[in-house]
Design a protein around this ligand. Structure first.
Ligand code: NAG
Ligand code: NAG
Ligand code: NAG
Ligand code: NAG
Length: 175
Protein backbone atom coordinates (compact mmCIF):
# COMPACT_ATOMS: atom_id res chain seq x y z
CA UNK A 1 0.00 0.00 0.00
CA UNK A 2 1.38 3.43 -0.88
CA UNK A 3 1.88 6.03 1.86
CA UNK A 4 -0.97 8.01 0.35
CA UNK A 5 -3.38 5.06 0.32
CA UNK A 6 -2.39 4.27 3.89
CA UNK A 7 -3.08 7.87 4.97
CA UNK A 8 -6.47 7.73 3.24
CA UNK A 9 -7.27 4.43 4.93
CA UNK A 10 -6.30 5.83 8.34
CA UNK A 11 -8.40 8.94 7.72
CA UNK A 12 -11.39 6.75 6.90
CA UNK A 13 -10.87 4.74 10.08
CA UNK A 14 -10.71 8.05 11.97
CA UNK A 15 -13.96 9.29 10.39
CA UNK A 16 -15.77 6.06 11.21
CA UNK A 17 -14.49 6.25 14.79
CA UNK A 18 -15.68 9.85 15.10
CA UNK A 19 -19.11 9.02 13.68
CA UNK A 20 -19.60 6.02 15.95
CA UNK A 21 -18.74 8.24 18.93
CA UNK A 22 -22.28 9.65 18.92
CA UNK A 23 -24.34 8.08 21.69
CA UNK A 24 -27.16 5.67 20.92
CA UNK A 25 -30.43 7.57 20.67
CA UNK A 26 -34.01 6.99 19.53
CA UNK A 27 -34.75 7.98 15.91
CA UNK A 28 -35.42 11.71 15.59
CA UNK A 29 -33.61 12.68 18.80
CA UNK A 30 -31.13 15.56 19.02
CA UNK A 31 -27.68 14.35 20.11
CA UNK A 32 -24.66 16.33 21.33
CA UNK A 33 -21.35 15.54 23.02
CA UNK A 34 -18.68 17.51 24.85
CA UNK A 35 -15.13 16.72 25.93
CA UNK A 36 -14.40 18.31 29.29
CA UNK A 37 -10.88 19.55 30.06
CA UNK A 38 -9.08 22.21 32.08
CA UNK A 39 -10.00 25.73 31.01
CA UNK A 40 -7.08 26.75 28.82
CA UNK A 41 -4.66 29.19 30.49
CA UNK A 42 -7.04 29.73 33.40
CA UNK A 43 -7.01 26.53 35.45
CA UNK A 44 -4.92 23.46 36.01
CA UNK A 45 -6.87 20.30 36.64
CA UNK A 46 -6.22 16.60 36.79
CA UNK A 47 -9.86 16.09 35.90
CA UNK A 48 -11.41 15.52 32.49
CA UNK A 49 -14.56 13.96 31.18
CA UNK A 50 -17.15 13.38 28.53
CA UNK A 51 -20.76 14.48 28.22
CA UNK A 52 -23.36 12.75 26.05
CA UNK A 53 -26.61 14.66 25.68
CA UNK A 54 -29.70 13.00 24.17
CA UNK A 55 -32.83 15.12 23.76
CA UNK A 56 -36.07 13.46 22.71
CA UNK A 57 -38.74 15.61 21.13
CA UNK A 58 -40.63 17.53 20.02
CA UNK A 59 -43.27 16.39 22.53
CA UNK A 60 -42.33 15.95 25.33
CA UNK A 61 -38.82 17.44 25.29
CA UNK A 62 -36.86 15.24 27.67
CA UNK A 63 -33.82 13.04 27.76
CA UNK A 64 -30.52 12.32 29.47
CA UNK A 65 -27.28 14.18 30.14
CA UNK A 66 -24.58 11.56 30.75
CA UNK A 67 -21.63 13.15 32.56
CA UNK A 68 -18.65 10.81 33.03
CA UNK A 69 -15.72 12.38 34.88
CA UNK A 70 -12.24 10.86 35.06
CA UNK A 71 -8.89 11.64 36.62
CA UNK A 72 -8.92 13.45 39.95
CA UNK A 73 -10.98 16.42 41.10
CA UNK A 74 -11.62 18.01 44.47
CA UNK A 75 -14.67 19.81 45.75
CA UNK A 76 -17.02 19.99 42.78
CA UNK A 77 -19.73 22.51 43.69
CA UNK A 78 -21.92 22.77 40.56
CA UNK A 79 -22.29 21.56 36.98
CA UNK A 80 -24.15 23.79 34.52
CA UNK A 81 -24.77 24.34 30.84
CA UNK A 82 -23.75 27.92 30.00
CA UNK A 83 -24.21 30.08 26.92
CA UNK A 84 -20.90 31.28 25.48
CA UNK A 85 -21.56 35.01 25.17
CA UNK A 86 -19.13 37.36 26.92
CA UNK A 87 -21.36 40.40 26.58
CA UNK A 88 -24.12 38.52 28.43
CA UNK A 89 -21.55 37.28 30.98
CA UNK A 90 -21.80 33.63 29.80
CA UNK A 91 -25.12 32.98 31.54
CA UNK A 92 -26.21 29.65 33.02
CA UNK A 93 -28.87 28.12 30.75
CA UNK A 94 -29.48 24.91 32.70
CA UNK A 95 -28.62 23.52 36.13
CA UNK A 96 -27.38 19.92 35.92
CA UNK A 97 -25.91 19.25 39.40
CA UNK A 98 -27.41 20.10 41.81
CA UNK A 99 -30.96 20.67 40.59
CA UNK A 100 -32.15 23.95 42.02
CA UNK A 101 -35.72 24.85 42.89
CA UNK A 102 -35.40 28.26 41.22
CA UNK A 103 -33.16 29.88 38.64
CA UNK A 104 -30.36 30.66 41.08
CA UNK A 105 -27.12 28.70 41.33
CA UNK A 106 -26.88 26.55 44.48
CA UNK A 107 -23.69 24.83 45.68
CA UNK A 108 -23.50 21.10 46.40
CA UNK A 109 -23.31 20.65 50.16
CA UNK A 110 -21.02 18.88 50.78
CA UNK A 111 -19.10 19.21 47.49
CA UNK A 112 -18.03 16.09 45.56
CA UNK A 113 -14.44 14.86 45.31
CA UNK A 114 -13.25 11.80 43.38
CA UNK A 115 -10.14 9.91 42.40
CA UNK A 116 -10.59 7.73 39.31
CA UNK A 117 -14.10 8.34 38.08
CA UNK A 118 -17.44 9.88 38.92
CA UNK A 119 -20.75 9.50 37.08
CA UNK A 120 -23.03 12.54 37.35
CA UNK A 121 -25.61 11.41 34.78
CA UNK A 122 -28.90 13.26 35.14
CA UNK A 123 -32.30 13.46 33.47
CA UNK A 124 -33.06 16.35 31.11
CA UNK A 125 -36.45 18.03 31.28
CA UNK A 126 -36.92 20.68 28.58
CA UNK A 127 -39.55 22.43 30.70
CA UNK A 128 -36.74 23.57 33.04
CA UNK A 129 -35.14 25.73 30.31
CA UNK A 130 -37.76 28.47 30.70
CA UNK A 131 -36.60 29.05 34.29
CA UNK A 132 -33.18 29.99 32.92
CA UNK A 133 -34.60 32.29 30.26
CA UNK A 134 -34.67 30.19 27.07
CA UNK A 135 -37.33 28.42 25.07
CA UNK A 136 -36.55 24.95 23.72
CA UNK A 137 -36.20 26.51 20.24
CA UNK A 138 -33.68 29.10 21.48
CA UNK A 139 -31.72 26.41 23.32
CA UNK A 140 -31.51 24.24 20.17
CA UNK A 141 -30.59 27.32 18.09
CA UNK A 142 -27.59 27.96 20.36
CA UNK A 143 -26.70 24.25 20.56
CA UNK A 144 -26.59 23.96 16.77
CA UNK A 145 -24.22 26.96 16.59
CA UNK A 146 -21.69 25.69 19.19
CA UNK A 147 -22.73 28.34 21.74
CA UNK A 148 -23.46 26.07 24.71
CA UNK A 149 -20.84 24.54 26.99
CA UNK A 150 -20.77 22.33 30.06
CA UNK A 151 -18.95 23.87 33.05
CA UNK A 152 -17.80 22.01 36.18
CA UNK A 153 -17.31 24.46 39.06
CA UNK A 154 -15.10 23.70 42.08
CA UNK A 155 -14.14 25.47 45.30
CA UNK A 156 -10.68 26.16 43.83
CA UNK A 157 -12.12 27.47 40.56
CA UNK A 158 -15.56 28.97 41.24
CA UNK A 159 -15.80 30.16 37.62
CA UNK A 160 -15.20 26.64 36.30
CA UNK A 161 -12.32 24.15 36.50
CA UNK A 162 -13.08 21.98 33.47
CA UNK A 163 -15.32 22.86 30.53
CA UNK A 164 -16.28 21.62 27.10
CA UNK A 165 -18.30 22.98 24.19
CA UNK A 166 -21.35 20.91 23.26
CA UNK A 167 -21.11 19.73 19.63
CA UNK A 168 -24.43 18.76 18.12
CA UNK A 169 -24.87 16.00 15.56
CA UNK A 170 -26.27 17.58 12.40
CA UNK A 171 -28.99 18.46 11.52
CA UNK A 172 -29.44 19.16 15.24
CA UNK A 173 -33.24 19.23 15.16
CA UNK A 174 -35.98 16.77 15.99
CA UNK A 175 -36.63 14.31 13.16
C1 NAG B 1 -2.65 30.46 26.21
O1 NAG B 1 -1.28 30.19 26.44
C2 NAG B 1 -0.55 29.91 25.24
C3 NAG B 1 0.85 29.45 25.61
O2 NAG B 1 1.31 30.13 26.76
C4 NAG B 1 -0.56 31.16 24.37
O3 NAG B 1 0.12 30.93 23.18
C5 NAG B 1 -2.01 31.52 24.04
O4 NAG B 1 -2.06 32.73 23.31
C6 NAG B 1 -2.84 31.66 25.31
N1 NAG B 1 -4.25 31.80 24.94
C7 NAG B 1 -5.05 32.67 25.51
C8 NAG B 1 -6.46 32.67 25.02
O5 NAG B 1 -4.68 33.46 26.37
C1 NAG C 1 -39.70 11.20 28.04
O1 NAG C 1 -41.10 11.28 28.17
C2 NAG C 1 -41.78 10.13 27.64
C3 NAG C 1 -43.29 10.41 27.69
O2 NAG C 1 -43.62 10.97 28.93
C4 NAG C 1 -41.38 8.89 28.45
O3 NAG C 1 -42.00 7.76 27.90
C5 NAG C 1 -39.88 8.73 28.37
O4 NAG C 1 -39.45 7.66 29.21
C6 NAG C 1 -39.16 9.99 28.80
N1 NAG C 1 -37.75 9.81 28.53
C7 NAG C 1 -36.82 10.17 29.42
C8 NAG C 1 -35.41 9.91 29.02
O5 NAG C 1 -37.10 10.70 30.49
C1 NAG D 1 -12.35 20.38 49.94
O1 NAG D 1 -12.41 21.65 50.53
C2 NAG D 1 -12.25 21.60 51.94
C3 NAG D 1 -12.53 22.99 52.44
O2 NAG D 1 -11.75 23.95 51.76
C4 NAG D 1 -10.86 21.11 52.26
O3 NAG D 1 -10.68 21.04 53.67
C5 NAG D 1 -10.68 19.72 51.65
O4 NAG D 1 -9.35 19.28 51.85
C6 NAG D 1 -10.98 19.72 50.17
N1 NAG D 1 -11.01 18.37 49.65
C7 NAG D 1 -10.10 17.91 48.81
C8 NAG D 1 -10.25 16.46 48.39
O5 NAG D 1 -9.18 18.60 48.38
C1 NAG E 1 -24.80 37.73 22.63
O1 NAG E 1 -26.14 37.91 22.97
C2 NAG E 1 -26.70 39.08 22.40
C3 NAG E 1 -28.12 39.24 22.95
O2 NAG E 1 -28.87 38.07 22.71
C4 NAG E 1 -26.68 38.96 20.89
O3 NAG E 1 -27.20 40.13 20.29
C5 NAG E 1 -25.24 38.74 20.44
O4 NAG E 1 -25.24 38.50 19.04
C6 NAG E 1 -24.64 37.56 21.14
N1 NAG E 1 -23.23 37.46 20.80
C7 NAG E 1 -22.68 36.33 20.36
C8 NAG E 1 -21.23 36.39 20.09
O5 NAG E 1 -23.34 35.30 20.19
Amino acid sequence: MSARALTTALLLVGLVAAASAWPKAPAGAVVATARLAAVRNLTTSRGHGRVEFVINGPEPVNGTVSIALNGVMANITMVHIHQRNASLNNPVRLDLVPRTPSAAPVLLDPPYSYNGGLDLTTAFDGARLARWGLSVEEFLFLLKRDKLYVNVHTLSYPGGEIQGMLKCKQPCRFG
